[in-house]
Design a protein around this ligand. Structure first.
Ligand SMILES: Nc1nc2c(ncn2[C@@H]2O[C@H](COP(=O)(O)OP(=O)(O)OP(=O)(O)O)[C@@H](O)[C@H]2O)c(=O)[nH]1
Ligand SMILES: [Mg+2]
Length: 445
């Protein structure tokens, strides 16, 4: 029994031990499990912490990036703003410079205009002074001529003038011919023409005794012979309007002659229109208007300084519309230089030819008899500038002897349409060769 009890006790003890061991194992297992759980929890916590930290890091980085971006944007905005300001400043500077340049330009133009005004005024003053001087000279000449009338005259003095009934004769010799040549040259005939006239007159008469009257008649006949072919009135054509361009140096009498011609044509039943092509001076336009009023003829004008060619073109149109027979175009004689004058005239011609390819139908060159031999060079010049078709010689009422007309006829053979014999509207006469020759030579018939 004891053994059994002991065995039992031992079994019990073993069982208890086993149980204790099991318990211990179970405890250990639980502990292990708990440890494991704790570790897992700790890991989870750590992981969570790490995750939080990472997220925080990401957020921090994102924030840093955002700040950096913001800063970049701010900097860019700043830069853009300063660039805009710089550009604005540049634009303002450019505008200021442009304005300065404009002001400088305007100032220059104003200065130029002032200079041109001053120049024009000076030219006008000089012109007025020259006109006064010319008028004084004309009066002095006229007085001289008046007192000369009482004297026997050049030929009379040369040939001697005896008692009324005694006819003095002198031999036609070299000496006499030379003196006659000098007389003709002093009457503006020019050397070549004077020589030709005296030579023709002496032909077949050398050594003969001639009276003053005979010599005068012979000279006058010779001059008439030269002048007859050129004594032609201005031709009239059926073309409507017939365009008459009037050219000549300043003061030669263009405007006055246009007034006189317009009045004559008007009186002859022609419908006349005048174009004031001398647009350079207001006074020139006014002067022509006065002549137009006197002649009862309309005057087409344009503003001072405007293009004469465009006025000529408008005038062509107007004259055609009005059914005018004649359009007379006045031109400026006063241009800076020859090239300007040529350009001006050829432009007028070009423009009117657009309306009528045959225009101008007449180009009248107006010459001042008091300029003497200078008329020859004027004809030459104007023939180069324009297609001169005929001449009008003005101021033959003065002391000018007009001998240059003989030289002109001899050298150029241009028709002489009319002569100016005064400042009034009726002071324009047809050119009569015989009358002219008698007056030139001093022959009373
Ligand atoms: N005695 C006299 N004077 C004349 C004659 N023809 C013109 N005149 C005068 O000469 C001056 C000049 O005449 P204008 O007709 O103005 O001359 P223009 O050629 O038109 O002159 P610009 O327009 O300046 O080129 C004026 O005082 C006229 O009165 C004439 O036949 N005899
Ligand atoms: Mg004039």
């Amino acid at each position: 029994m004891q053994a059994e009890a002991a065995a039992l006790a031992a079994a019990q003890a073993a069982k208890e031990l086993a149980e204790a061991e099991a318990q211990a194992q179970a405890n250990a297992a639980q502990e292990a499990a708990e440890d494991e759980a704790e570790r897992a929890r700790l890991r989870a916590v750590e992981a969570e912490r790490l995750e939080t930290e990472r997220a925080a890091e990401v957020a921090r980085q994102a924030e840093a990036a955002r700040i950096a971006e913001q800063e970049r944007q701010d900097a860019a905005a700043l830069e853009a703003e300063s660039a805009a300001r710089a550009q604005e400043a540049q634009l303002a500077e450019n505008a200021r410079r442009a304005e300065d340049a404009q002001h400088a330009h305007e100032a220059r133009l104003a200065a130029e205009a002032r200079a041109a005004d001053a120049e024009r005024e000076a030219a006008q003053a000089a012109e007025a002074a020259a006109a006064r001087a010319a008028e004084d000279a004309r009066l002095a000449e006229a007085q001289k001529a008046e007192s000369a009338v009482a004297k026997p005259g050049l030929l009379g003095r040369l040939l001697g003038r005896g008692e009324k009934k005694t006819v003095v004769r002198r031999e036609l010799d070299d000496d006499m011919l030379e003196q006659l040549e000098e007389l003709l040259i002093s009457a503006d005939m020019g050397v070549d023409t004077a020589l030709r006239v005296t030579a023709n007159m002496a032909e077949g008469r050398f050594g003969k005794r001639l009276s003053t009257q005979e010599i005068k008649e012979l000279l006058a006949a010779e001059v008439t012979r030269i002048m007859e072919p050129v004594a032609r009135p201005m031709p009239l054509y059926p073309t409507k309007p017939q365009v008459v361009l009037v050219v000549g140096v300043n003061g030669s009498g263009k405007t006055t002659t246009i007034g006189k011609l317009a009045s004559q044509f008007q009186a002859a039943g022609k419908k006349v229109v005048i174009a004031a092509g001398d647009t350079f001076r207001a006074a020139a336009v006014e002067q022509l208007q006065v002549w137009g009023d006197r002649a009862g003829v309309p005057v087409l004008t344009a503003a001072e300084g405007s293009d004469p060619a465009s006025l000529a073109f408008d005038a062509m149109e107007q004259a055609a519309k009005d059914g005018a027979d004649l359009l007379m175009i006045d031109t400026a004689g006063r241009l800076q230089n020859r090239a300007d004058l040529m350009e001006e005239l050829s432009k007028i011609v070009r423009v009117i030819r657009k309306k009528d390819p045959d225009a101008p139908h007449n180009t009248l060159l107006v010459l001042d008899a008091t300029t003497g031999q200078n008329a020859l060079s004027q004809v030459k010049t104007f023939q180069e500038l324009a297609d001169v078709s005929g001449l009008v010689m003005t101021k033959l009422d003065g002391t000018a002897k007009g001998g240059v007309l003989v030289a002109l006829a001899d050298k150029f053979g241009l028709p002489i349409h009319a002569i100016g014999v005064g400042e009034q509207i009726d002071d324009l006469a047809p050119f009569d060769p015989e009358e002219f020759a008698d007056a030139l030579i001093g022959l009373d018939r």
